[in-house]
Design a protein around this ligand. Structure first.
Ligand SMILES: Cc1cc2nc3c(=O)[nH]c(=O)nc-3n(C[C@H](O)[C@H](O)[C@H](O)COP(=O)(O)OP(=O)(O)OC[C@H]3O[C@@H](n4cnc5c(N)ncnc54)[C@H](O)[C@@H]3O)c2cc1C
Ligand code: FES
Length: 300
């Protein structure tokens, strides 16, 4: 897989509004990525931010990045970009979700590494390899629905049955509901305030559905407290899970140490962002705290 470590310009061919907070920038080109991977998106003279790939379609020659307007840089991406503008991208970086029953896998070989973190990852890979997936659940919280969307497209292409869960605070923030239904996913929506779908947390629908029928694997991306509940549900039901865990990132490819998890030293830009639910639950940071760009701890 070709990785651009120096930003390459990609031109915006279309901009789609998905919700009151999220827009998808559709770029001309392809990255040959795997669902779960991310790019460092660069606006010259402003900043560079990690953004998950929401779709990478070589047939249409399109890369989709779905971005939530939550801060100064994402605001510029969402509100100031026009069709015809270009942005720089580095990547694709990080581990990806696996649809073959294997654990989260890096785009690079992990089996030949002398890095103990990567070696233990490789052991997990081989332990879980070989499972045939027929029915999976994907749980997206807020903008976490974006990498789940890319994964859902790939799963449907392989004929896998997909339960696609969308959890958001309110109706205006629901995204991809019709699109995911149109590609054949079973879609479940929850809003905290009950303005659309079921009232409550999306994890309640997941738990209820699993009591009736188990799935082969669970994937999740979204707010960490939601993912912690998903990981606990997966563990309780003995279902393998893959989790996209975010931390503040600077270099995006493993050299600055900004995104390392305490104790294990696991670099989430390199050995993550997609890690197994088991590995996430072993981390003392998961669901407890994260660090800002100054390294200062913040509780969730
Ligand atoms: C691997 C990865 C993939 C991502 N994919 C997407 C995506 O597909 N779409 C999208 O909209 N955003 C995504 N993000 C988050 C995105 O990079 C941040 O929202 C962005 O950095 C915010 O930048 P800002 O300058 O606009 O706001 P800032 O002022 O930097 O941040 C706004 C708020 O968000 C918090 N924050 C920022 N980054 C993180 C983080 N990594 N973890 C926890 N809190 C954070 C800040 O502490 C602050 O409270 C991803 C992050 C990572 C690490
Ligand atoms: S962001 Fe630099 S090591 Fe991960």
């Amino acid at each position: 897989m070709k990785v651009y470590d120096i930003p390459k310009d990609f031109k915006i061919k279309e901009i789609v509004r998905n919700s009151s907070q999220v827009v998808t920038l559709i770029f001309e080109g392809t990255l040959n990525s795997i669902p779960g991977q991310f790019v460092m998106l660069w606006l010259p003279e402003v900043d560079e931010k990690p953004i998950s790939i929401s779709l990478d379609d070589p047939e249409k020659n399109e890369i989709h990045l779905s971005i939530a307007d939550i801060g100064p840089v994402t605001h510029k991406f969402c509100e100031e970009m026009k069709v015809g503008d270009s942005l720089g991208m580095r990547g694709p970086y990080g581990t990806s979700f696996s649809l073959s029953g294997e654990a989260a896998r890096s785009s690079e070989s992990v089996t030949t590494s002398s890095d103990p973190v990567q070696q233990s990852h490789a052991v997990q890979d081989s332990e879980q390899a070989g499972m045939t997936l027929q029915h999976v659940a994907m749980i997206g919280g807020g903008c976490g629905c974006a990498p789940m969307r890319y994964l859902a497209y790939e799963a449907r292409k392989k004929g896998v049955e997909v339960d696609y869960y969308i959890g958001v605070r309110t109706k205006d923030l629901v995204m991809f509901e019709e699109e995911m239904t149109s590609i054949g996913c079973n879609v479940f929506v929850s809003t905290d305030d009950g303005t659309h779908g079921e009232k409550g947390f999306i994890t309640q629908q997941l738990e209820k559905n699993l009591a009736a029928k188990k799935v082969d694997k669970i994937y999740t991306c979204g707010p960490e407290m939601m993912m912690k509940v998903v990981a606990d549900i997966a563990q309780k039901n003995e279902i393998p899970a893959e989790i996209s865990m975010e931390r503040y990132m600077k270099c995006g490819f493993g050299i600055c140490g900004q995104c390392c998890l305490d104790d294990s030293g696991l670099r989430l830009c390199k050995e993550g962002p997609v890690i197994t639910g088991e590995r996430a639950l072993q981390s003392k940071e998961f669901g407890n705290y994260h660090r800002d760009k100054m390294g200062i701890k913040h509780s969730f």
